[in-house]
Design a protein around this ligand. Structure first.
Ligand SMILES: Nc1ncnc2c1ncn2[C@@H]1O[C@H](COP(=O)(O)OP(=O)(O)OP(=O)(O)O)[C@@H](O)[C@H]1O
Ligand SMILES: [Mg+2]
Length: 268
């Protein structure tokens, strides 16, 4: 069982957001978050609340600030105004607390970012051993459970380059889960994959969502959004332009900006 209540063996319905409220209240809260890169204002007064067990899909045109938003939530990017709270705690500036917080926020990137010279198993056990101070045996046992869960237990002894893109991305998901994060961020996790591998990764993510994991997912995969998300956030020009349910957003977007964006992704 993980801190978030989402263990490898959990099946749908075993745990819901309602039975795991250690701190109570929402899990991630952004208040008036601002971020500049030099003159460029990339996050403009972002307010966003993510509840425990909620899956939020972030969608929008290139350069709108989606990746920057994700990166600021686990503090890969510092913000210059506002606050970000994770599980009731404000993001620390640096030091041990920051390392601990990073471990609470799992992140999966477009490019899988696995360590090339380590096996898949070593990739998954590294963080738990170094940061969570887990024993090697326990870490390996848990890693194997997670690899089983993402369907690549038989690849554990291989190196990343020996795996397909879809398998590498599933290894990256297992690696993030191994830290027992409270929330998982996914930044376009399927956009670097060949089409036939997209489904296997989305299936793993859908399973996580069904098990009650809190997730923020930047993706243009509308099928996933409709199936797994409670909320769609449409971001453009550094702002949250619309926030609604997937059904509402895809069938009845309110703003011209969103309608224009949807017409482009739907027709290409
Ligand atoms: N390290 C950086 N230094 C300077 N500018 C940056 C940096 N990272 C991002 N930007 C700029 O910030 C803006 C937002 O970028 P971001 O990557 O967050 O957008 P995005 O919505 O993720 O786009 P995409 O859909 O193409 O991934 C862009 O104008 C981008 O050029
Ligand atoms: Mg991006």
């Amino acid at each position: 069982m993980t801190d978030s209540g989402v263990g490898p063996g959990l099946s749908k319905g075993d745990s819901g957001p309602q039975d795991e409220i250690p701190g109570g209240g929402p899990l991630v809260v952004l208040e008036n978050v601002n971020k500049h890169f030099g003159e460029l204002h990339v996050l403009k007064d972002i307010n966003l609340t993510i509840h425990r067990g909620e899956v939020v899909v972030v969608i929008g045109p290139s350069g709108g600030g989606k990746s920057t938003l994700c990166r600021s939530i686990n503090r890969l990017e510092p913000i210059d105004g506002g606050t970000i709270m994770v599980d009731g705690k404000k993001l620390p500036e640096e030091g041990k607390d920051l390392a601990r917080l990073r471990a609470d926020v799992g992140m999966v990137f477009q490019s899988f970012n696995l360590f090339a010279h380590k096996t898949i198993l070593q990739n998954v056990t590294l963080g738990p051993i170094k940061v969570r101070k887990m024993g090697k045996q326990e870490a390996e046992k848990y890693a194997m459970e997670l690899l089983e869960r993402v369907g690549i237990a038989n690849q554990a002894q291989k190196y990343p380059a020996q795996l397909s893109g879809g398998q590498q991305q599933r290894a990256a998901i297992a690696r993030a889960l191994a830290m027992k994060p409270k929330v998982m961020l996914f930044d376009e996790p399927t956009s670097a994959l060949d089409p036939e591998m997209v489904k296997e990764v989305l299936d793993v993510m859908t399973g996580l969502a069904q098990d009650g994991m809190t997730m923020i997912v930047v993706t243009h995969e509308m099928g996933f959004a409709r199936r797994a998300a409670q909320k769609v956030v449409f971001m453009a020009d550094g702002q949250i332009v619309e926030e609604s349910t997937p059904d509402e957003f895809f069938t009845n977007a309110r703003t011209e900006r969103a309608k224009d964006f949807l017409s482009k992704i739907l027709t290409h």
